[in-house]
Design a binder for this molecule. Structure first.
Ligand SMILES: Cc1ncc(COP(=O)(O)O)c(C=O)c1O
Length: 486
């Protein structure tokens, strides 16, 4: 193993002092000269260490004053107090409008749902596609319907094994992205009119699926740090005991849009609570591979006892966007899911599945993931620092431990839908909070994507967005001086 460079050692030591609270927010660090003399190293080493900490958002350089510990993000408190009853959902119109407004193609695509293609091994995938297709015999083209490519299912099963889960390839149904896996799972568990538990705020596609299938949503208040509130969930389950919800669709790791991560014990408690009320969990785990810690988080499925969790995953976010390959580890529901898959789309795209099987067998996936995680962690820090630098005082934000979304709550008086329209006109997109709510709540919040390699142009766009937020706040406060409360 290569020895850790000196500047990195220094940066790590300082970061540890910040994490332990020895070095506090706003405190000045020893100057470059002082540190150079104290440690007997070169000025370049100290400068590089400080620069690294600055790029991670932990340090702030003030011209002619020195280096200061950056303010820690002010955590976003739990705002949602959804009504307890199950209600029909109408979000699709707003979501389609916002998705159709071109948020992916603008120069600063902070509203995009995807990370930059530059972060993916596209050339290696192309080669895997060619190699996989060469191996394809005509008989194989139809042999693996409807579960999907046998070797790919085996590879997915091997990845589960690394998390300590023994999942047979026969329990896995390959789908057109996780979105199909989630939709088919919901369809398998419900009939029109049934109630389904979802997070608030939560992934808009869950709300759209509920709307499309004629279901009703019960919203679980959800915390920006640790995810779904289990006390709130327990109260909802008690209240609905006579007519319990048929499913609970949620994300236990790197939730979209909050980025929250449930600790393992909370995942265990969640699974036990739902099982006690006979509610099946549809676990949306598409960001699982994008963790910033050394250990991957276990899914809630790791804590199930009686096959009550349908675990949905995807390669779209971590390896191959556009290939549209996802899956559901459906356990005892697998035959039902296979039938639904067969009747809705027969099967997935064989060449795309063969390419991913080929790529995974080749053994480069973990190497790619290490690079991707490091890049995303750095980009998160850069974006956190940019929000701290440029956004109005009183802005709160999350500090996600994985994924590529930051959830930002602007101060009172700001309206994220108005900000979205203004920013878009200047080539900056964002995902406004009301997209993530069955009742169009969270109008002061926005989801920002840090999946792009950080550049001076993106920093500039963040400065502009911050200025627009400040201006929009002034306008709103002047327009409605007394009608807004926190
Ligand atoms: C939370 C969540 N689940 C599922 C999906 C869909 O994943 P896929 O692209 O594999 O269909 C997305 C994509 O944006 C997502 O953010």
């Amino acid at each position: 193993m290569k020895p850790t460079p000196l500047y990195q050692q220094l940066a790590d030591e300082l970061a540890a002092l910040m994490a332990s609270g020895t070095l506090r927010s706003g405190e000045r660090l020893p100057s470059i000269r002082q540190t150079r003399l104290a440690r007997g190293c070169s000025a370049a080493t100290v400068f590089q260490a400080y620069y690294l900490l600055e790029s991670r958002g932990l340090l702030r350089a003030a011209p002619r004053s020195g280096y200061f510990v950056a303010p820690t993000p002010i955590p976003v408190p739990m705002r949602s107090q959804p009504p307890a009853e199950a209600r029909p959902v109408e979000v699709s119109e707003l979501v389609f409008q916002l998705l159709g407004s071109g948020g992916h193609e603008v120069p600063a695509p902070f509203g995009s749902a995807f990370p930059s293609p530059a972060l993916f091994p596209l050339e290696k995938l192309r080669r895997a596609l060619v190699a996989g297709s060469r191996k394809m015999s005509p008989a194989q083209l139809t042999a693996d319907l409807p579960g999907g490519h046998e070797e790919l299912r085996r590879q997915i099963s091997l990845r589960y094994l690394r998390l300590g889960l023994a999942i047979s390839p026969d329990e896995i149904v390959l789908t057109n992205g996780a979105l199909e896996a989630l939709n088919l799972s919901l369809q398998a568990l419900t009939r029109p009119g049934d109630a389904v538990l979802v997070e608030s705020p939560g992934f808009y596609a869950a709300l759209q699926a509920i709307e499309r299938l004629g279901l009703r949503a019960i919203e679980i208040p959800t915390d920006a740090a640790e995810g779904a509130d289990l006390d709130g969930l327990a109260a909802l389950l008690r209240q609905h005991a006579p007519n319990p919800p048929k499913a609970c669709w949620l994300m236990s790791s790197f939730q979209n849009p909050l980025g929250s991560l449930m600790p393992p014990e909370k995942k265990r408690a969640l699974v036990a609570l739902l099982a006690a009320h006979d509610v099946t969990l549809i676990e949306d785990d598409v960001y699982a591979e994008l963790h910033f810690s050394t250990q991957p988080p276990s899914p809630a499925k790791a804590f199930e006892r009686d096959g009550q969790v349908l675990h949905c995953g995807s390669f779209s976010k971590c390896l191959a966007p556009g290939y549209r390959v996802g899956w559901v580890a459906a356990g005892r529901f697998a035959p039902q899911l296979q039938r639904l898959k067969l009747s809705s789309s027969l099967g997935g795209s064989w060449p795309a599945q063969a390419a991913l099987a080929e790529y995974l067998q080749g053994g480069g996936f973990d190497h790619h993931l290490r690079g991707l995680r490091a890049a995303l962690a750095q980009q998160r820090d850069a974006m956190l620092a940019a929000v701290a630098r440029h956004f109005p005082a009183g802005t709160r934000m999350t500090r996600p431990q994985g994924g590529y979304f930051l959830w930002v709550e602007l101060p009172d008086g700001c309206d994220s839908l108005a900000l979205h329209a203004q920013a878009l006109a200047e080539g900056i997109s964002l995902a406004p909070g009301p997209m993530f709510s069955a009742r169009h709540e969270f109008d002061r919040c926005l989801r920002l994507n840090y999946g792009q390699p950080w550049t001076a142009d993106l920093e500039h766009a963040m400065a502009r967005l911050g200025a627009l937020a400040l201006a929009c706040r002034k306008t709103s406060v002047n327009a409605w001086p007394t009608s807004r409360t926190d």
